[in-house]
Write a protein that binds this ligand. Structure first.
Ligand SMILES: [Zn+2]
Length: 75
């Protein structure tokens, strides 16, 4: 899933000066803790992320991946 940040970044990739300014003022704040530290590994969502058993999938992706991962009962 492309967020607007990635879309704009792609448009100005070949303009190094503009890109540097864009990154300085628009990139996500780097955190040591908080929800943005663990985005879903499949889609990158930060809401409803399951960290139990080291899954790091959001609840929607977990539902799709659960059977492949070996879960028998998942909903
Ligand atoms: Zn996900």
């Amino acid at each position: 899933m492309l967020m607007s940040y990635e879309k704009v970044r792609k448009q100005i990739e070949h303009k190094p000066i503009k890109l540097a300014r864009y990154e300085k003022f628009n990139s996500r704040k780097k955190r040591k803790f908080g929800k943005t530290v663990y985005p879903c590994r499949k889609c990158g969502k930060t809401r409803g992320v399951i960290r139990k058993y080291g899954l790091i999938y959001c609840r929607q992706c977990f539902r799709e991946e659960a059977e492949k991962l070996g879960f028998r009962k998942y909903s």
